[in-house]
Structures are given as structure tokens and as C-alpha cells.
Design a protein around this ligand. Structure first.
Ligand code: GLU
Length: 448
């Protein structure tokens, strides 16, 4: 019977194989610590080195992206697609365009994506891609040139049954349109090779709203399990993109109050809470203004606090929807001190290990990892794939209903695998264990 020595040796081996990949190792360690008991209890998992094999991507594709800017100068970026695992479906996951993108960041996202996608119950494998390209300040024409150059490199590695990229940070319907156009021209094929497409070209209703709505549907189950309700609660939300804005919209619809949104430059704080009109205004001007939140404060109301983050404000629920490691241990402790009951992730790995530890150590606060709570986006991507495969399109009501069912299903799995004897649910453990069992079973069944 192995003891924790097995786990620490395993951790050392994975660390040695992935030197200097901080974010990737953070994601691996988080899941490994949560599935340690399952590995210790299961001889087959150890004999077939299931966990270790899951951490190794099937392949990492990296390529150079050359394009011309508006001044006619050549620009050079680096692109990646990490095809982590197609054990349970085609590789599936978004593309991120951001200067912080590195191989380690894409690998952590691809690894997490496998567990998240498994939890949806849909046949979706895990992958992720992106580039260190910074779209800030670039014209539409430059964005198009970049997307075309990126797809010219990527097209040979993807396909509707092979690998289906989608959006992530700074990749929305506009970028997906440019990427899709280039793929169609090169391949002379109209297929569901990307999701997050516009409705006119095979996109799905509810895809835009899905991640944010899904977070709130999940939150409602968490609160219900604690015999609480969302109506009347105060939320602090970080971020100002798709996830944050649609989470805010759904939360307001359910009678909650949202007092913050944020971007890399500061926080927009509204003491009496945003109205639905406010959120519609922000959705409308997202991507059009240089700093939509600052413009909101100048043109409408609310306070713009440059350089600040949302975690110092008193709230019942904190919803980090910006990016990885945006909340540290100290900020989590402040939230807990101020009475926060739930930290639910809209972004992928937004809490540092110290923040997660602080939340776990708090009696009255629980932590919901993104692989459970933000799975609504990829879930509706899966529904977009099946609509494309069947050359059909479903109604908003049908798709929203499926999204609700999927979030409920994920919540159920977290409770099943993460509930203690006292009835408390460790959602991080529940999500990791449930996702791991699905992947491990598929790996064992398919042989070495
Ligand atoms: N980027 C999103 C995520 O982190 C969505 C991926 C997709 O739709 O494939 O899950």
C-alpha cells in the first residue's frame, strides 16, 4: 500500500519533466492533492500511471505567426495549441490572445480543460491554444491580419472531429469570425471546426451568455445546498468581459446586487449596485471603448478607482472572472473577514494556492473552482458542435434549459465526490475527483 511518499515522488517526477512551468505545476498540484486518496486506494491507477499520463499533453504544437501591421511593418508572435487529451472526445478548448500567454499558461489551461469538459458529461476532450499577441490598441484590420496569419499555421492541426478551438480572453465573435473565414478559404470546407461563431455562420444561441449564466446557475445550487438563496445577496465581480458581464446580468435577474466590475487598470464600484440598463450599456460598449469601465464612470455614474481590485469590498459572494491568480491569500482573507460566504470562479484558476487555502481554512466560506462553475461556456460549445454536426439550430429556451441541466449535473457530481460526513462540500475535491474518475476509466478502457 503506497503512502504519501508515492504522491511526493509522483509530484517530483512531473516537476522534473516540466521545469519552470509555474502555472502548469500549480494546476497539476491542485488536482493531484485532491485525488491523492483515490490514487492511494487504487492499484490499477498506479500501475497504469494514470495521473502521470494525464499530465502529459498528447502533443504541443508551437508555431510562429508573422503578420503586417497598419504601417506596413512585419510583426512576429508565437502561437500554441496544446492538444492535451482526446480520450473522451475531440480536443476542445479556447484560444487566448494576451501578452502573458506562455507555454506554461496554455498547458495549465489545457490540463484543467480536460477535467472541466469531462464534468459536463458531453464527449469533449481537452485542449487550449493562444498567442502572446496583444490586441490592445490594434485596429480591426490588424486583428484580422493577425487572426488570418494565426489560422494559416493552425488549420492543419484542427478539424470538427479532431480539435475544435473557441474563444477565451480577447478572442470573441469578431476574432472567431476572422479565424473561421481563413479556415474556410484554406480548406474549402464549412464545418464545425470552431465554436463561438456568429449565429449567421453556424453559431449557437446562448453561447455568448453561457459561461456567465452558468456560473450563476451553479451558484444557485451551492446556495440551495447551504439553505440560502441568491435574492438579496451582494456580489463583487472582477473582470469586464463576457463572463463578468453575463454573470452580472443573470445575478441581477435573480434579485442579487452587484457592486463591482474591474479590469487590469482598476475597479468600477457602485455602492447601490448596477442596474440591468448599466450592464446592457457595458455589454454594448465592450470592445468599442478603450476603457469601458472608466467611460461608464465618466458618462453615467459609479466610482472609478484606479489600481484597485474588488476584494476589499464587503460582499456575500465574490466572483473572480478576470484571469489566473488574480486573488491572493491576503485578499481572500479580507473577503472572509468581511463575511464573504462563497468564492465562485468565473475565470480559470483565479485564486492562488494561498487564497484557496485561506478559504478552505475559513469555517463559513466555500471555494468553487472554475472547472466546475465556469464549465457552462464549453458545455454550450459542445451543443454548438452537435447543432453543426446535425446541420440544425436549436432555440434559446432549449439551449438555456440544457445549460441549466448541465450545471445541475456538475453540481451533483461535486456533491457526490466532495461531501463530508458533516454535510460540508469541498467543491474543489469533488470536481477533481469526479473528473479524474471519468478520465481514468476512459484511459484504462482504451489500453496503453
Ligand atoms: N475558453 C472557455 C473555457 O475556458 C471555453 C472553451 C470552449 O468553448 O471551447 O472553458
Amino acid at each position: 500500500m503506497p503512502d504519501s511518499q508515492y504522491i511526493s515522488e509522483l509530484k517530483n517526477r512531473i516537476t522534473e519533466r516540466n521545469p519552470n512551468q509555474t502555472e502548469f505545476m500549480q494546476a497539476v498540484t491542485e488536482i493531484l492533492d485532491n485525488v491523492a486518496e483515490e490514487l492511494e486506494d487504487n492499484d490499477e491507477y498506479r500501475r497504469y500511471r494514470i495521473f502521470e499520463r494525464l499530465t502529459e499533453p498528447d502533443r504541443i504544437i508551437s508555431f510562429k505567426v508573422e503578420w503586417l501591421d497598419d504601417r506596413g511593418c512585419a510583426q512576429l508572435n508565437r502561437g500554441w495549441r496544446v492538444q492535451q487529451s482526446n480520450l473522451i472526445g475531440p480536443y476542445k478548448g479556447g484560444l487566448r490572445f494576451h501578452p502573458t500567454v506562455s507555454e506554461s499558461v496554455i498547458k495549465f489551461l489545457a490540463f484543467e480543460q480536460c477535467f472541466k469538459n469531462a464534468l459536463t458529461g458531453l464527449p469533449l476532450g481537452g485542449g487550449k491554444g493562444g498567442s502572446d499577441f496583444d490586441p490592445k490598441g490594434r485596429s480591426d484590420h490588424e486583428i484580422m491580419s493577425f487572426c488570418q496569419a494565426f489560422m494559416t499555421q493552425l488549420y492543419r492541426h484542427i478539424g470538427a472531429n479532431v480539435d475544435v478551438p473557441a474563444g477565451d480572453i480577447n478572442v470573441g465573435a469578431r476574432e472567431i469570425g476572422f479565424l473561421y473565414g481563413q479556415y474556410r478559404k484554406i480548406r474549402n470546407q464549412f464545418s464545425g471546426v470552431l465554436t463561438g461563431k456568429a449565429i449567421e455562420m453556424g453559431g449557437s444561441l446562448v453561447r455568448t451568455e453561457a459561461t456567465g449564466f452558468g456560473v450563476i446557475y451553479f451558484l444557485q445550487h451551492v446556495l440551495e445546498h447551504k439553505e440560502l438563496q441568491l435574492e438579496g445577496l451582494t456580489l463583487t465581480i472582477s473582470g469586464a468581459g463576457n463572463v463578468a458581464l453575463f454573470a452580472a446580468k443573470k445575478a441581477l435577474e435573480q434579485g442579487a446586487k452587484v457592486i463591482t466590475l474591474s479590469n487590469s487598470r482598476g475597479v468600477l464600484f457602485k455602492d447601490n449596485g448596477f442596474s440591468n440598463d448599466d450592464i446592457e450599456w457595458l455589454i454594448k460598449y465592450d470592445n468599442i471603448k478603450d476603457n469601458t469601465l472608466l467611460s461608464f464612470a465618466e458618462e453615467r455614474d459609479g466610482e472609478w478607482r484606479a489600481g484597485e481590485k474588488p476584494w476589499q469590498y464587503k460582499c456575500d459572494v465574490a466572483v473572480p472572472c478576470a484571469t489566473q491568480n488574480e486573488m491572493n491569500g491576503e485578499e481572500a482573507s479580507t473577503l472572509i473577514k468581511n463575511g464573504c460566504k462563497v468564492v465562485i470562479c468565473g475565470a480559470n484558476m483565479p485564486c492562488t494556492s494561498e487564497a484557496i487555502e485561506a478559504i478552505h481554512n475559513a469555517k463559513n466560506c466555500c471555494y468553487i473552482p472554475g472547472k466546475a462553475s465556469n464549465a457552462g461556456g464549453v458545455a454550450v460549445s459542445g451543443l454548438e458542435m452537435s447543432q453543426n454536426a446535425g446541420f440544425e439550430s436549436q432555440t434559446f429556451e432549449y439551449l438555456d434549459g440544457r445549460l441549466r441541466d448541465i450545471m445541475k449535473h456538475i453540481h451533483g457530481q461535486c456533491v457526490k465526490c466532495g461531501e463530508s460526513d458533516t454535510g460540508d462540500v469541498n467543491y474543489e475535491r469533488g470536481a477533481s475527483v469526479a473528473g479524474f474518475h471519468i478520465l481514468a476509466k476512459a484511459m484504462l478502457a482504451q489500453g496503453v
